[in-house]
Design a binder for this molecule. Structure first.
Ligand SMILES: Nc1ncnc2c1ncn2[C@@H]1O[C@H](COP(=O)(O)OP(=O)(O)OP(=O)(O)O)[C@@H](O)[C@H]1O
Length: 391
């Protein structure tokens, strides 16, 4: 796998003695991750590979929100498949439709949302299922981890009660059995003294521990799919790496696939088998992570790659892509990236390109000029300033 540019996931890269703001946590009486909890260090190569069986297929998904200002075209034709045990990364700038497309899979969009397309779970269209059948899948077969565990955890109930409830919502069993499963899950996610921690309240946990508890909650019903929406954005970098490792380890333990939503290419590089790049509500590049990162075929992806700090060569410069994404209410004609694209020509301003296979199998891009990127030695060169190019 490509080395993650800024998130260390290689073995022993994580210092188990460094916790998220230990002083502040100790002062507030929070329970911290324990020093005994030494991480083995896990990479994607160390977990079981995906099978060929597709468990989720999203087909031409569109989501619109009617608002006072007009219709927001939040998701405009997203299609992808997810295989058993696969990690699919969805990356893109803020507002590109990453969360809305995943909330559609979870059935968590507001009633005002107009949803079209198909969301097939093992071949069954979830958008056409009875609400009862949908409820049976969501939370059980498809679970979600949110960015901020405090919005998902109830502050007035203990962690143990909340985990037990998550089981009892889907399965009839004695409460004691559900609590025993909750304890097992806290063990699995690396929370020490799990028995005692069942009685803790969310505010007694550090940020990293809360996110571990969220992972425990997501996997307690042995899901086939975990949707993780920016699961570590709120945590500091060291804790991020620990949590991501744990997510991979736990995913392997329960045999689940992951849809990982992030704006952090480093996270994708270390964790995803395949990547879907989104721009203005549409997928603009899709393929195995290494080829997409090493030989992007969509200028937007090349621009994103050029905007992350390079670890090699000392001169680590951030080159954000100039300009801003378009309004999703008044989209321009043609390719929505064309106003920011250094390769744009007349056709880009009149015709929106479709996602199509490029020069390598399984690598798709929505660009009229992907061949120009293919011909360039360094595809990020188009996004450099003149002085950088000369240097
Ligand atoms: N309930 C809603 N009503 C109207 N517009 C909405 C609603 N929910 C989301 N949107 C809009 O849909 C678009 C896509 O939002 P989404 O949250 O999917 O983006 P994102 O790529 O996940 O961004 P971020 O990284 O900031 O979470 C945005 O323009 C957003 O403002």
């Amino acid at each position: 796998m490509t080395t993650p540019p800024n998130v260390p996931i290689e073995p022993h890269a994580v210092d188990p003695h460094v916790f998220d703001d230990p002083a502040a946590a100790a002062a507030s009486g929070q329970i911290l991750d324990s020093a005994e909890e030494v991480h083995v260090g896990l990479t994607l190569d160390a977990v079981r590979p995906p099978s060929h069986e597709e468990i989720l297929r999203v087909e031409n998904l569109t989501v619109e929100f009617p608002t006072e200002d007009g219709v927001v075209h939040a998701v405009r034709g997203v299609s992808y498949g997810l295989r058993e045990r696969e990690v699919l990364g969805i990356v893109g700038e803020s507002g590109s439709g990453k969360s809305v497309s995943s909330l559609a899979v979870m059935g968590l969009l507001p009633k005002s949302a107009r949803i079209k397309g198909r969301i097939l779970f093992r071949g069954d269209d979830m958008l056409k299922m009875s609400p009862r059948k949908q409820r049976g899948l969501r939370g059980r077969k498809i679970a979600m981890i949110f960015q901020d565990p405090m919005t998902a955890l109830n502050p007035v109930h203990t962690i143990g009660d909340q985990l037990a409830e998550a089981v009892l919502a889907h399965e009839l069993m004695p409460r004691k059995t559900a609590l025993a499963r909750a304890r097992e899950m806290l063990d699995l996610v690396g929370i020490p003294q799990a028995e005692a921690r069942l009685r803790s309240y969310p505010h007694e946990f550090s940020g990293g521990m809360r996110q571990r508890a969220m992972i425990a909650m997501a996997v307690i019903n042995n899901p086939d799919i975990i949707i993780a929406d920016e699961p570590t954005t709120a945590l500091d970098v060291t804790v991020q790496a620990q949590i991501l490792e744990k997510l991979l380890e736990v995913k392997d333990a329960v045999n689940a696939a992951i849809v990982l939503i992030t704006h952090d290419l480093g996270v994708i590089a270390g964790m995803a088998h395949r990547v879907l790049v989104m721009y203005a509500g549409r997928p603009v590049e899709l393929g195995d992570t290494d080829p997409v990162f090493e030989e992007p075929r969509m200028p937007y992806t090349a621009g994103l790659l050029g905007s992350i700090p390079s670890l090699e060569g000392g001169g680590s410069r951030l080159r954000p892509i100039k300009g801003t994404p378009p309004s999703l209410i008044n989209l321009p004609t043609g390719c929505p990236f064309s106003p920011r694209c250094p390769l744009a020509t007349d056709i880009c301003r009149t015709e929106e390109p479709q996602l199509a296979e490029t020069d390598s199998g399984g690598h798709f891009a929505a660009c009229h000029h992907w061949d120009k990127l293919a011909a360039a030695e360094d595809p990020t060169v188009f996004f450099r300033t003149e002085s950088e190019t000369v240097a």
